[in-house]
Design a protein around this ligand. Structure first.
Ligand code: ZN
Length: 454
């Protein structure tokens, strides 16, 4: 086993059998806590004829129904008088958070200080697994607000002893990098690509800044765009996945999947089409369950919560980094997946085609894709727009061949429809700022299904 630096070494490198026992003990306590403290769960167990005491081990969670974002919204004002998921007295609540609300009314989340400490523990483990120490100084581009991300990173940084530059956005002046010499930036891949390009345009030289690793989060991305970003900055890029609901996973320096902090959050994978949980290695939706240590208190917990993000378990074995906590594939938002002729098509599949290295001499990496009905009922039109650095000097044929070639290579089902003429793909080239998404507020939607025929 290689020498490992872990934030919580004993728990992060625990043997699988011990880890499973610890998880089962926490499952029992958490289920009991939920039944005793939250009006929602009290009724939920009763309505589903489940005795909380029957849930003994994590496998027993599979027999419980799923909870979704919709369930939470249906049990909070204005639908119900009280927040029925709330699982402690208001006087114990340290902060009230909300999800962004991109998919409906924001969901209220209640955190005790103990909850914050557990959230920060997850980020601290992730940062340390990416090589962060007290020598590091990190620029946080994630926004400080009703979601937990930026604040959790800040508390985690304090636990590690590293410095924080809480800018809350990526559009900052390059003097921040030159004067304060941060060693890392956490932001979304696209924001970091923009920043890198702006620094180059301003003539900032790599030697003038001290960035030696980047942390990407906020949305999933293709390996191709990660590679482009890593080359642009000349340093590794580590992926993280977090949400206000309580998931927080991160890649270690081995880049072998995202470690799930299994003692704090339990993750199962569910296939809605099969209506069942899947085996390791099979793809499905991430279903999470908050885990509390015996005696722990929580403002709000989730049992069998459907994240609506798709993922798969890569391994529960020991990672080369020494950690034993399971590793998962980068979760992708199911809302960013469309189905064409029975084939799943993700936003990241398009992105992989856009970021082909040869293309990046001509295009910025910004893209958006639309699916339309074709002229005849069995025809589908897939329209991809890419932003050129200079539309007059773009080798359009090359970009088109690279993009469509990469896209169809891993989509054999769509490739045959394309060659039969039923799937038409058209590439549109715009100048800087010419994409529709530049006029949108918030997180850009890059894959939009505009078909009227189902
Ligand atoms: Zn690892």
């Amino acid at each position: 086993m290689p020498a490992t630096t872990c934030f919580s070494p004993e728990i992060e490198t625990m043997e699988r059998s011990d880890l499973d026992s610890l998880i089962d003990e926490r499952v029992r306590y958490t289920v009991q806590y939920a039944a005793e403290h939250s009006p929602f769960y009290r009724r939920w167990f009763k309505e589903n004829r489940i005795q909380p005491g029957e849930i003994r081990v994590h496998e027993d969670l599979l027999s419980l129904p799923l909870i979704s974002g919709k369930t939470i919204r249906e049990h909070q004002p204005p639908v119900t008088k009280n927040f029925e998921f709330l699982s402690t007295d208001w006087s114990n609540i340290f902060s009230i958070q909300e999800t962004s609300g991109t998919s409906g009314t924001p969901k209220g989340f209640f955190l005790t200080w103990d909850d914050w400490k557990r959230y920060a523990e997850k980020y601290a483990r992730s940062f340390v697994s990416q090589g962060f120490t007290q020598k590091d100084r990190i620029v946080v581009c994630a926004s400080y607000g009703m979601n937990v991300g930026a604040n959790t990173m800040t508390i985690a940084a304090q636990r590690i002893g590293m410095g924080i530059i809480p800018i809350g956005k990526c559009s900052f002046d390059s003097r921040i990098l030159k004067n304060y010499r941060p060693t890392s930036i956490v932001g979304s891949v696209f924001k970091l690509i923009h920043l890198g390009r702006r620094l180059r345009a301003e003539g900032v030289k790599p030697a003038e800044i001290a960035i030696d690793k980047l942390v990407a989060g906020g949305e999933s991305f293709a390996e191709e765009s990660r590679k482009y970003l890593a080359d642009q900055w000349g340093c590794p890029v580590y992926n993280t996945y977090g949400s206000t609901e309580g998931t927080m996973c991160g890649e270690c320096t081995e880049l072998a999947g995202l470690h799930v902090p299994e003692d704090i959050v339990h993750l199962d994978v569910y296939d809605p089409r099969m209506q069942g949980f899947v085996r390791d290695g099979d793809c499905g939706r991430g279903i999470l369950t908050t885990l509390l240590p015996p005696g722990g208190k929580s403002g709000m917990l989730l049992l069998n919560y459907d994240t609506e993000d798709t993922t798969l378990v890569i391994s529960r074995g020991r990672c080369r980094c020494g950690r034993t906590h399971m590793r998962i594939h980068t979760p992708q938002r199911e809302a960013e997946t469309a189905w064409i002729f029975g084939n799943a098509l993700g936003r990241v599949d398009v992105e992989a085609g856009v970021f082909q290295p040869e293309n990046m001499e001509y295009i910025t990496g910004e893209y958006e894709a639309f699916i339309y009905d074709g002229e005849s009922p069995d025809e589908v039109v897939f329209h991809i727009s890419v932003e050129c650095m200079d539309p007059d000097r773009c080798d359009r044929k090359l970009v088109e061949n690279q993009l469509i070639g990469r896209f169809l290579k891993y989509k054999p089902g769509l490739a045959s429809q394309y060659h039969d003429g039923k799937l038409k793909i058209s590439i549109n080239f715009t100048g800087p700022g010419g994409l529709e998404l530049h006029n949108q507020k918030g997180r850009p939607k890059r894959l939009i299904d505009r078909r009227k025929r189902a």
